[in-house]
Design a protein around this ligand. Structure first.
Ligand SMILES: [Zn+2]
Length: 158
């Protein structure tokens, strides 16, 4: 009866968390089972206390924080580069559309011909070129924004 009551307390008595009551002490000194349990618990307690707790190197935290800062900075740099690449791609698309349109309409080749011919061709295609350039510019801007937005959303989701 007394042994069963005392058993859950043995560990706490061994590590000094609780003081045994006078009755507990009397039982512990007279009962071989309980005194053996207490001795074993104290032995384990001492072994645990004697064990060396590994300490991190003094600079460990600083090194980890510096590393995290580095990686964050590199991620931000990658984000910046990616953004610039997308903007540059959009601009290139716009230029390519414009140049392609001008080329297909003969706008670029006639610059090599006489000014009169240029003027004639220009006046003929001017309205069409301007309206199509506007359409192309809007398309290029929308495409660039869509790409940038999509890319940004991808980044934000990570
Ligand atoms: Zn006992």
């Amino acid at each position: 009866m007394r042994c069963a009551e005392l058993e859950p307390l043995i560990e706490a008595i061994a590590d000094g968390t609780i003081e045994p009551s006078p009755e507990d002490s009397a039982h512990l000194s007279s009962c071989p089972t309980c005194s053996a349990r207490l001795a074993e618990a104290r032995r384990i307690e001492q072994w645990l206390a004697a064990r060396e707790v590994p300490q991190p190197a003094p600079a460990f935290t600083a090194a980890v924080m510096a590393r995290i800062g580095d990686e964050k900075w590199q991620t931000e740099r990658v984000v910046d580069i990616g953004f610039n690449v997308f903007i540059a791609a959009g601009v290139l698309v716009f230029i390519a559309f414009g140049a392609g349109l001008a080329w297909s309409l003969g706008f670029l080749t006639v610059t090599l011909d006489s000014e009169e011919l240029l003027r004639a061709v220009f006046s003929e295609v001017e309205g069409r070129v301007i309206s199509q350039l506007q359409t192309t510019a809007i398309a290029a801007v929308v495409l660039t924004m869509a790409l940038a937005l999509w890319w940004w959303a991808e980044e934000a989701a990570d």
